[in-house]
Write a protein that binds this ligand. Structure first.
Ligand code: GLU
Length: 304
């Protein structure tokens, strides 16, 4: 079956990075993305974001864990590492339109410049935007391979989020291709979502602040931006983002305690207000009960 769909089909997706096993918070986000997609008759696609931080075996375990919860998906799983020509084509398009420039800054230089008074938080200050050809040559000669940035031309952009309403966030001259030649996350996500016909992006709300950059970049490439639903993260008892060291956070950890995937599905359903204590639920029951605007908007403190 082909991976690409024509743009008129509607689809949601889950796009994990195979940097380790999925924890309960990731599994909850996957369940939410599945519920958002399936409850609206959308196709549901999986994309493995493996341009960075790949741990051997993680992809297989992630897919097996999603399947163990009963989640199903359409088409073949897509891997970003197999789609480099698509990203190259998008970057070439922006280059031809004069919308890119080379950036020679080190991480430290960016941090120093970005901490200057009045610099928007987390934004690239534009150090390399207006280098003269001579300055550019000089920096190239230093041997550091440059990153490629978008000449964005704006400071901020507004997206609509189903759960957060109108959200305005910083858009700086974001990196399109890193100095090591790897396409940047923001570029790959935008290109893939459009190429796969994904019009509904459901993911953790740690990425809400990236949505304005991505929606603006989509527009710059002449691509439609999806609708967004950024869902609350899972936190540990100390209020920090759930992590491996927080105990029995993966399906395998839970299995070692004698808890089945069904037990975990029930736990996730309870955390979403979709099941009662002691109740065992199926995915089709969850679909019947699903009301997207009623999910808790506060982080889930995973009491594990
Ligand atoms: N691969 C990203 C992550 O695992 C998610 C990207 C996205 O959903 O846009 O955090």
């Amino acid at each position: 079956m082909p991976n690409e769909v024509d743009g008129s089909s509607q689809a949601g997706r889950f796009a994990p990075s195979p940097s380790g096993d999925l924890h309960l918070g990731n599994l909850r986000t996957a369940l939410l993305a599945w519920l958002f997609a399936r409850s609206t008759g959308r196709r549901f696609l999986l994309r493995v974001e493996d341009l960075d931080r790949v741990r051997p075996g993680a992809e297989e375990r992630q897919l097996a864990d999603l399947a163990a919860l009963g989640l199903d998906w359409d088409d073949d799983v897509v891997r970003q590492s197999e789609r480099l020509p698509l990203y190259d084509a998008a970057i070439a398009r922006l280059q031809r339109a004069g919308r890119t420039y080379e950036c020679f800054c080190t991480r430290r230089e960016i941090l120093r410049a970005a901490s200057a008074p009045h610099a928007p938080a987390g934004a690239y200050p534009g150090t390399c935007r207006d280098l003269t050809p001579a300055q550019r040559e000089e920096r190239r000669a230093s041997g550091r391979p440059p990153a490629l940035r978008l000449r964005s031309g704006i400071d901020s952009f507004t997206v609509e989020d189903v759960l957060h309403g109108s959200y305005t966030g910083t858009v700086d001259d974001l990196v399109l291709r890193r100095g090591d030649g790897i396409p940047a996350y923001n570029l790959a996500v935008v290109v893939d979502d459009a190429a796969q016909g994904i019009d509904q992006v459901v993911r953790g709300d740690d990425l809400l602040s990236s949505a304005p950059r991505q929606a603006y970049l989509a527009g710059s490439l002449g691509l439609p931006a999806p609708t967004y639903a950024h869902v609350p993260l899972a936190l540990n008892a100390a209020g920090r983002r759930l992590a491996k060291r927080d105990g029995a956070v993966t399906l395998a950890d839970q299995a070692a305690l004698g808890r089945t995937p069904q037990d975990v599905l029930d736990l996730l359903a309870r955390s979403l207000g979709l099941a009662d204590e002691g109740e065992s639920v199926s995915l089709s029951q969850l679909l019947d009960r699903w009301e997207p605007l009623q999910i808790p908007l506060t982080p889930w403190i995973a009491g594990i």
